[in-house]
Every structure is written in C-alpha cells, then in structure tokens.
Design a protein around this ligand. Structure first.
Ligand code: GLA
Length: 392
C-alpha cells in the first residue's frame, strides 16, 4: 500500500507522522530545565536568505545574539548617523520566533569608529565629550529596543591579561576607570528592566579571574546595576581545565550575578601562539601546519571534540541556577570566525553543525549529556541515600 504524504506538510513534519520515526531531540528542548541555548547570528540567518540555517536556528535555539549588527561601527558609523536596518531585522527575527534576544555590545575598544574618540579638530575627545557620546549612543540603541532586547553586553573586554583594567583602551584613557560604571548606568536609564552584563574572555584562569571578580564586586558594592557576567567561552579541546571553569562559575555566581557562556566554540586547530587568548588584533600568515584538516576532521579528533563538548555541557549542568544561558558563537562550522582568526583561510570545526548544516557527533554528545545525571546531583543522592543500617 502506498503512503501518501500531504504536500502541504514539511518533510520533517511528514516524517513525524510515520510510525516508528522519532523526532530528534533539540538543544533548546534538551536543556530547557537547565539554561537557554543560544547562537550568534549573521544577516544570512536572521534575514533568512540561508534558509537551511535559519531553519536550524529556529529548531535548535531559544536565544540569539547578533554577531556584528549591533556593534557601534555598524549601528552608529558617523556622528549623528544611526543605521538600524539590519539590527531591526535581527530583533524582528527574535521577536517573531519568541527568542530571548541579546544585544551585543555597547562599549568596547574594538569595532568602534575612530571619530568616537576624537573632537572636531581630530584631537582626543575630552572626558565630558566622550561621556556625552556614550550616553547618546546607549540611550538611542538600548532605547530603540526597550522591552524587546532582554539582555545587553554593556561593556566588552575591559580587562587586560593581568586582570587590571586595560590601560590601552581609549575609553579608559579618556574617561578613566569609571567608564564602566557610567556605561551600566546609562544602559539602566535606557531600559530599567533589561539584564546588563559584563562580557570578557580568559576569566577562567588567574590573574584575569580575580580581576573580573574584583571588578564585579566593586561595581555591585557601588550600587551599579550589573546583573550578569558573560564568559565568552572561546575554548580549545584542552583549555580551560574543568576545575578552573568550575571555580570561575562558582566565584561569579557567589557574587549574586547570573553567569552565562556567551560565545562558545571549541577550537581543534593547533594554536598559533599560546593558549587562552582571544585578542582579535592577531593575524598570522596561513601556514600548512596550522591548517591540518582542510578536507575533514579525522575520527580521533572528532571524538576529542565530542568528548570535550560532553564534558563542558556536563559541567554547565552542575551549576543549576547559576548558569542561565549557553550561547554558541555561530551556528555551523562555515560561519565561525575561527576560519579566519588568528590565521586567515583555515578550515575550522568548532561548532555542533557541519559544513552541510548537519549535526556532528559533538551535537549527539551534547544532547546525551543533557540526560546524564549531573555528578553533583549524583553526589547529593549518594550522600542522602539510606544506608543498610538506616533501612533496618
Ligand atoms: C570577541 C567579541 C565578539 C567577536 C569575537 C570574534 O569575542 O566579543 O563580538 O568579535 O571576538 O569574532
């Protein structure tokens, strides 16, 4: 007997009607009791010109971040000139699909045009001038999406490698150390209900961890409305060690702020310098030894990536209530910035979906980690389980 599939149904929906065909679990469903699962998007995804990826985003994720379209250089390229064309499309996509929409970012040293830091004569702007510009930018951008963008990366990467405030930041040089507090105050003024985050990389290890903890402690004790910390999560198969990541999550959660992994990817390629850095000013000439898998990831490395992802998600689940969101920096491998940084033109494999937008073994490993018992929960269970003596 022929089975007729109504043409109005999508193939996936039709398959679900067939006996014995199970729906694949999705990331957002699998972790719905743990945390939101997000992805950073580019215009081809949220304008839906890449239909395959747009579909993947809608199926798998319940939060989105804008890879570039809300950065200062895109949205406010010239004095007095704002361009919200793409940012509006991004926010509309998230709203239509009922996603938790993130704004990224308001104050950063990079991807901010030079004019922001200059006066009309091309000389460094004064503190008052730069503060006024910062306030205008934040009130305009955050104000436009008030109530729709639920959380903002207010300040990105203010700490140097030694954990103190980066002295080469033009924000720091012109305004002084209170530029961070001011940015949070302006964002709170623009949308009092929005969650406001400090976002940075390499806070998983010292000295940057203590620097980050000190910064958040000081902001909180000064009454500055910081509600969360983003660990960017640009990881490798070896870095950071699980115990360092656990310590960092506990340290920030202990300060009463939400903790998020905001830009997760796991690099399998050889490091072009030391590990653990995400300074985007580096760029190394393409060398063959730095691009060892141009035609596909060998099995053992694929397994290492899967094991690492399972370890990370297992670990995130061990912090119930502390980790609120885990966001990937990209959806599928061809999207990743790691194909072009710090070496241009490499073939990188840092995400859960491959170059054909199909789930990788790492995806399956992550899904399985959602149903594994968390080891903290098992430890509690073991400790409270009646012993033989108790049960007599
Ligand atoms: C940093 C920024 C992101 C992005 C990545 C690299 O982590 O926060 O916006 O630019 O670098 O793409």
């Amino acid at each position: 007997m022929k089975t007729l599939i109504p043409t109005t149904l999508s193939l996936t929906a039709a398959l679900l009607l067939l006996p014995g065909v199970q729906a694949e679990p999705t990331l957002k469903e699998s972790f719905k009791n743990d945390f939101l699962v997000g992805a950073a998007l580019n215009p081809s995804q949220f304008c839906e010109s890449n239909t395959a990826e747009a579909a993947l985003v809608k199926t798998q994720f319940n939060s989105i971040s804008p890879e570039n379209v809300l950065k200062w250089e895109k949205v406010h390229p010239k004095p007095g000139v704002y361009d919200f064309a793409l940012a509006d499309r991004y926010v509309d996509f998230g709203t239509r699909n009922r996603m938790f929409i993130i704004g990224h970012n308001l104050v950063w040293q990079n991807q901010t045009p030079g004019w922001v830091f200059q006066d009309a004569a091309g000389q460094p702007a004064s503190r008052e001038q730069l503060l006024q510009r910062m306030r205008d930018h934040i009130l305009t951008v955050v104000g436009r999406y008030q109530g729709r963008v639920k959380g903002w990366d207010v300040v990105n990467e203010a700490l140097g490698p030694d954990g103190s405030l980066a002295k080469d930041s033009r924000w720091f040089k012109i305004i002084g150390p209170d530029y961070i507090a001011k940015a949070f105050e302006f964002a709170h003024e623009a949308d009092p209900a929005a969650e406001l985050y400090y976002n940075d990389y390499s806070m998983e290890t010292n000295p940057k961890r203590s620097g980050g903890v000190g910064l958040i402690q000081k902001l909180k004790s000064d009454g500055i409305p910081v509600t969360g910390v983003g660990l960017q999560g640009h990881y490798t198969v070896d870095w950071p060690a699980a115990n360092d990541l656990n310590t960092t999550i506990d340290a920030f959660a202990g300060l009463g702020v939400k903790v998020m992994i905001t830009e997760l990817d796991v690099d399998v390629l050889p490091s072009a310098w030391g590990q653990g850095s995400a300074d985007i000013t580096h760029n190394f000439a393409l060398q063959q030894k730095l691009n060892p898998y141009p035609n596909g990831l060998p099995g053992p490395m694929e397994r290492r990536l899967s094991d690492r992802y399972a370890e990370l998600f297992g670990l995130f689940r061990q912090h119930p209530g502390a980790i609120r969101r885990v966001t990937f920096w990209g959806v599928a491998d061809p999207d990743s910035w790691l194909n072009d940084w710090p070496v241009k033109g490499r073939t990188s494999y840092p995400l859960l979906f491959d170059r054909q937008y199909q789930p990788k073994p790492a995806f399956e490993a992550v899904i399985q980690s959602a149903s594994a018992k968390s080891s903290r929960a098992s430890a509690v269970e073991a400790a409270t389980k009646p012993t033989e003596t108790d049960s007599r």
